[in-house]
Design a protein around this ligand. Structure first.
Ligand code: SAM
Length: 548
């Protein structure tokens, strides 16, 4: 949760002078203005303060409103959820400094990017580094890029700067206005020598209905949906998907996926940024569920990128509460890059058969001493390469078992006929079972069948061990996406799809990566290097209590 999302303090002890009747107000100015001068005057004064650049927390305490209420008043007044009412600034640069394309699956941009007309005015807009990377990797000058959730026009601005044609749409007419404003610049001479100008086509439109676009006509889709009520983008716009609950949102995204598949040219890509949310201290995997919606529409998964979020607090207040209430701050989103296959993949080439032997669990002796120096508090853990497994184990054990009653199990691969099974029957009454699959790190020779076999084994194992875990205990599964031929097999998503006993709740999806792995070497490699793993944290609960 960012600072901004915290309710603004509304207790105001000092005296405020009312700008209308000039009396000194003891309670909040908001209370006085609303009762003495009415809602309209109250809003007018508040928006005037905002326009003059008064910071949100100060507005909150002076007028006695929360951040959410302020956001709602702005959205209702201007038809769009913007963070500042000040005029946009002058363009200072045309491109990011020292830009190198991303080469691995973890994308992290410390600064959101403020070249050209990019700024953070529109709430929830994405960092321009994302469409820049996607456009450069998956299109060439003159190609047509479609963003049907255009918002403030970040993708459209990038497409224009990079000489791509762009179709930018949004359901909210105020967004079309903002996008047009952000596109109101001429390219400098140096750009025009290399690229022809392509002015994006900007219009109001519904991502679920692209019927004016022909089949197989788009080279790249690059879009960022308003996932499930997390930010309200508009107040009264019909068809705005940000107003929907999770299930309805996913249903509507089916239409978006179907239309995307139809309009995209075969062999081309569709990149969608999507994140998870939390309900009752458990994670709701909207990201993985949205991936399913696109796969069911016929897409293949070319890459699964993790986008880190940097607005998360991991010190002080959050640090203490993360430990006390045992939850991690959501600090990542997913950027699945789908591909519409050239033609249905024939069965004969669907699988690269690799003899991977058999996979069996071996029960390991817990060797972790308690006491931890650095306690992770967000859903992204960046651990030193040298000490990676030890730090990972320590963090899991300390957080989910308090060092008591845990065991770790590793699935290892054995060459055929050399089967050495150590049974995984653990002791009763464990607080934590940590299941690891180190063989996945050898990310080269997988086939669909040994992945299915591995998943099946995990399922059998979890079901078998579940009765030995305490109620309120945890099962943590360490896993990794693998590449099979041209496409990614998203193993973490597959495990989440597969493990559905009603007494297991998905508590966290943690992304783990190694420090210093994000070296941005310019590369001609076709695929991104998979450099992240996952920890899927399940909590065992009493299913009867859950149903109550
Ligand atoms: C996350 S924002 C996109 C932000 C954008 N990437 C940017 O950088 O400004 C999602 C956008 O989807 C729009 N939207 C919601 N429902 C829509 C629909 N059915 N069709 C098209 N746009 C929609 C919202 O108005 C919002 O502007």
């Amino acid at each position: 949760m960012s600072d901004e999302m915290k309710p603004v303090e509304n207790a105001h002890s000092g005296k405020n002078i009312c700008p209308i009747c000039y009396i000194a107000v003891v309670n909040t100015l908001g209370e006085h203005m609303r009762s003495a001068h009415g809602e309209r005057e109250f809003r007018r004064a508040l928006l005037e303060a905002k326009e003059k650049g008064m910071p949100d927390p100060e507005i909150g305490s002076r007028f006695g409103i929360t951040f959410k209420q302020l956001e709602r008043i702005i959205t209702e007044t201007y038809g769009i959820n913007i963070s500042t009412l000040e005029k946009p600034r002058k363009i200072k640069s045309w491109a990011p400094k020292d830009f190198g394309e991303e080469t691995t699956t973890v994308w992290s941009f410390k600064q959101r990017g403020n070249w050209a007309t990019h700024d953070g005015r529109y709430r929830g807009n994405w960092s321009p580094y994302i469409p820049r990377n996607v456009i450069l990797k998956y299109s060439k000058p003159g190609d047509v890029v479609l963003d049907y959730f255009a918002g403030g026009g970040t993708t459209a601005v990038e497409a224009k700067l990079l000489g791509r044609r762009c179709i930018a749409r949004d359901i909210n007419p105020a967004c079309v206005g903002l996008t047009s404003e952000n596109l109101d610049f001429g390219l400098p001479e140096t750009f025009l020598r290399e690229l022809s100008t392509c002015e994006p086509e900007v219009s109001v439109g519904d991502a679920r209905d692209l019927s004016d676009l022909s089949d197989n006509s788009i080279d790249l889709i690059c879009a960022h949906p308003p996932y499930a009520g997390i930010i309200n983008y508009s107040s009264k716009v019909e068809g705005d998907l940000s107003k929907l609950g999770i299930e309805e949102f996913l249903e509507e995204m089916r239409e978006v996926a179907r239309e995307s598949y139809r309009v995209l040219k075969p062999g081309r890509q569709c990149a969608i940024l999507i994140g998870d949310t939390r309900q009752r201290r458990h994670v709701v995997p909207i990201g993985f569920r949205t991936i399913n919606v696109f796969l069911e529409a016929g897409f293949k998964l070319k890459e699964l990128v993790i986008k880190r979020q940097h607005n998360c607090k991991s010190t002080g207040f959050w640090y203490a509460n993360s430990r006390k209430y045992n939850f991690l701050l959501l600090a990542h989103e997913y950027l699945p890059i789908f591909e519409k296959p050239e033609s249905p993949i024939p069965l004969a080439v669907r699988e690269e058969v690799a003899d991977y032997g058999l996979l069996f669990p071996t029960l390991e002796k817990p060797v972790i001493k308690r006491k931890i120096d650095e306690f992770e508090t967000t859903t992204v853990w960046i651990l030193p390469e040298k000490d990676f497994e030890r730090r990972l184990n320590k963090n899991v054990i300390d957080r989910y078992s308090s060092g008591k009653g845990y065991s770790t199990i590793s699935f290892v691969s054995h060459p055929k006929n050399e089967i050495d099974i150590t049974s995984g029957e653990g002791q009763k009454g464990r607080k934590l079972l940590l299941i690891k699959s180190p063989f996945l790190a050898d990310n080269r020779s997988f086939s669909t069948s040994n992945i299915e076999f591995h998943l099946q084994k995990i399922k059998e194992f979890v079901n078998g061990e579940l009765p030995t875990i305490n109620e309120d205990g945890f099962i943590v599964i360490q896993t990794q996406d693998v590449r099979i031929g041209e496409y990614v097999e998203p193993l973490a998503k597959r495990v989440v799809d597969m493990l559905t006993p009603d007494n297991l709740l998905l508590k966290e999806i943690i992304v783990v990566t190694q420090q210093n792995q994000n070296t941005k070497l310019q590369t001609t490699r076709e695929h991104l290097e998979i450099n992240h793993q996952y920890l899927l944290v399940y909590e065992k609960v009493d299913s009867r209590r859950l149903r109550k």
